[in-house]
Structure formats: structure tokens, C-alpha cells
Design a protein around this ligand. Structure first.
Ligand code: SF4
Length: 337
């Protein structure tokens, strides 16, 4: 087990990231809320996943956590200090990213050592010999042979390039790693190695890791908590074990169902998996999931469900806001079991 404490390292309160939209010259300007009222506390040493389909707001949230995209409302703090109050150099020692495609995130004109050293050179005034010592130390930590220090990214395999990207993220000894789909561009066999490496490093360095993925099968054995996002909102949040064993929100059920083996007896609930969702620039009123949810009722189309505690997880679904009333009016609460 990772050494998780109760210290909150990363705290999001009612974070919104919205972009102005104009669909035509004469059209009224609209607003795309890519991240909508997200609140989350991440504890020191924790490995938490944020999952959801593409377009759910995960990537925008990553940019915001890295200070690359300002939030339009709400607050983000790291170790109790507002994200906006950190200088670029200070932030480099707090949080570092690992992106999806190691090839495009590395500079092809620079050697492995130069790529790894870049954040250190930007943030600290170390002598070249000190920088090289740190680079070689980190290369060993991520199991990259130090003889590769003078090679270039194009001469490496995808797995080696991702190890370079991880080494570069670790070189400033950050407290938080933001891993944005770090294995989705890799072969399946290499994915497992990189996931194991990330888990081992998190444990050894007591890092706090936020892992972004669209694939629940990847995060299942990796993370302690899961936050499920749908159209910019967190709809379910809880311990991995709970979420995978008894998902409460119909959307989480849909995601989990997609990674289960086929169900010949059709015992699973009839959630429609159409591979797409509503237009994020014009989301449904009430619960954003109501156009795809087989359990939707009138209230779902009118009122946004609040986030409530439901048997060990937090979930935003009217069925769980008042389970007795829901059962009386609509029958059994949606379950995947
Ligand atoms: Fe389905 Fe209604 Fe729950 Fe939304 S609030 S997930 S529409 S049952």
C-alpha cells in the first residue's frame, strides 16, 4: 500500500473553466463549460484517477492544474497556497506533468540527458556537473540505462521515451505528478511496465499522483480513488474498490460495463452505449446524463442532482439523493451487480 496521509496536498473548490463560443456571426455568444463546479481534495501520497470519455473535461482540468489554463471560477490550492500565487519556478517543484505522447512532448533535437535536465535548468541555477549527476540518478530511478544519455528520442522505443518523460517530470523532485493518459500511445505489453513503474515511484518517493484516463481497465489496479467525470462535472467519487465493485452512478456503470466480458444472459442494466454523448456546447438541462440514462425521470430533466454520500462513495444522481423516495416512485435504484 502507498503511504497516504490525511494532509490535503491538492484542493479544488468549485472549479470552473469556461470558454466563450460564437457559432455564427449573428449568433448570440455562448459558453462552453469544459470543467463545471469541480471540487476535490487529494491527499499526500495518494494515487487518484480521473476517468471519463473524451470531451468530459479531463484534459482541460489537467491544463488548469498545471497552471497553463486559468480557472474562470473557483480555487485551486497546492499545500494550502493558491495556485496563482506560485512563481513558475516554485510551481516546477510542486507539480510536473507526464503527457500521453512521449514523442511529441520531448524535444527531438535534444539528447535524452538534455530533455531530462530541461525543467531543472529552467528552475535552478545548478552547475553542469551537478545537473548531470541528477540526470544520471533519475535515469537509474526510472530504469533507463545511463549509457543512453547522449541518444536522441527518435532512436528510442516508445517505452524508453516515456521513461525519459517520467525522468524529466521527476528531475525537480515535485510533490505532485499529473499523468495525462501516459500509456495510451504505448503497446499493451509496454503499458504494464510503465504503469508498474509509476506505481513503484509513487510509493518510493511518496508522490501524490493524479492519473487521467478514459480507460477504467487501466486504472483498476493502480489507483486508490476514482473520480468519474461527465460533461465537465464529477458524477461519482470514491475508493477504487467500491467504485469497481458497486458503481452507483449509471454513467459509471456504463464505463465499467464496457470493460467487463460480454454478458450472454443480459443481466446487466440496459444502459445505451452509443459511443457518443450530447453536444458539450449545449448540454442537457438538469442531470447532464439524462439523455443517455435509461432511468431518467422528470426531475432528472429539470434539476441538477447534488453530490451526496451513498454507501461509501459520493455520487451525483437523483436516485441516491433520497433512495427511499426514489424506490417508492420508480422501483429499484440502478445497480450493476
Ligand atoms: Fe440517470 Fe437521473 Fe441519475 Fe441522472 S440523475 S444519472 S438521469 S437517474
Amino acid at each position: 500500500m502507498l503511504d497516504v496521509t490525511n494532509d490535503v496536498v491538492l484542493s479544488l473548490r468549485n472549479v470552473e473553466v469556461a470558454f466563450p463560443l460564437r457559432k455564427g456571426f449573428f449568433a448570440k455568444p455562448g459558453l462552453l463549460r469544459a470543467v463545471n463546479d469541480v471540487s476535490l481534495d487529494v491527499r499526500r501520497g495518494e494515487f487518484i484517477s480521473i476517468v471519463g470519455e473524451s470531451g468530459c473535461g479531463k484534459s482541460t482540468l489537467v491544463k488548469t492544474l498545471l497552471g497553463l489554463q486559468p480557472a474562470t471560477a473557483g480555487t485551486i490550492s497546492i499545500n494550502g497556497k493558491d495556485l496563482g500565487d506560485y512563481s513558475r519556478k516554485e510551481l516546477a517543484h510542486q507539480v510536473q506533468p507526464i503527457f500521453q505522447d512521449p514523442y511529441s512532448s520531448l524535444n527531438p533535437r535534444k539528447s535524452v540527458a538534455a530533455n531530462i535536465a530541461l525543467p531543472l535548468i529552467l528552475s535552478e541555477g545548478l552547475k553542469p556537473s551537478q545537473v548531470r549527476d541528477r540526470v544520471l540518478e533519475i535515469m537509474e530511478m526510472v530504469s533507463l540505462p545511463t549509457r543512453l544519455e547522449h541518444t536522441y528520442p527518435s532512436q528510442m522505443s516508445g517505452g524508453q521515451r516515456q521513461r525519459v518523460a517520467i525522468a524529466r517530470a521527476l528531475i525537480t523532485r515535485p510533490k505532485i505528478l499529473i499523468c495525462d493518459e501516459p500509456t495510451s500511445a504505448l503497446d499493451v505489453s509496454v503499458q504494464a511496465q510503465i504503469l508498474n513503474l509509476l506505481r513503484d515511484l509513487s510509493r518510493r518517493l511518496n508522490l501524490t499522483s493524479v492519473f487521467i484516463s478514459h480507460d477504467l481497465s487501466v486504472v483498476r489496479h493502480l489507483t486508490q480513488r476514482v473520480a468519474v467525470m461527465y460533461l465537465g462535472r464529477v458524477v461519482e467519487l470514491g475508493e477504487s474498490e467500491h467504485i469497481f465493485r458497486t458503481p452507483r452512478h449509471p454513467y459509471t456503470q456504463l464505463l465499467i460495463r464496457s470493460i467487463l466480458p460480454p454478458d450472454p444472459e443480459h443481466r446487466l442494466p440496459p444502459v445505451a452505449w452509443d459511443g457518443g454523448g450530447p453536444d458539450p456546447t449545449n448540454p442537457p438541462s438538469g442531470c447532464h446524463f439524462n439523455t443517455r440514462c435509461p432511468y431518467a425521470t422528470d426531475i432528472c430533466r429539470i434539476e441538477r442532482p447534488p453530490m451526496v454520500e451513498a454507501e461509501g462513495v459520493r455520487v451525483a444522481c437523483h436516485a441516491w439523493s433520497d433512495p427511499e423516495a426514489w424506490r417508492a416512485a420508480n422501483g429499484e435504484i440502478p445497480q450493476l451487480s
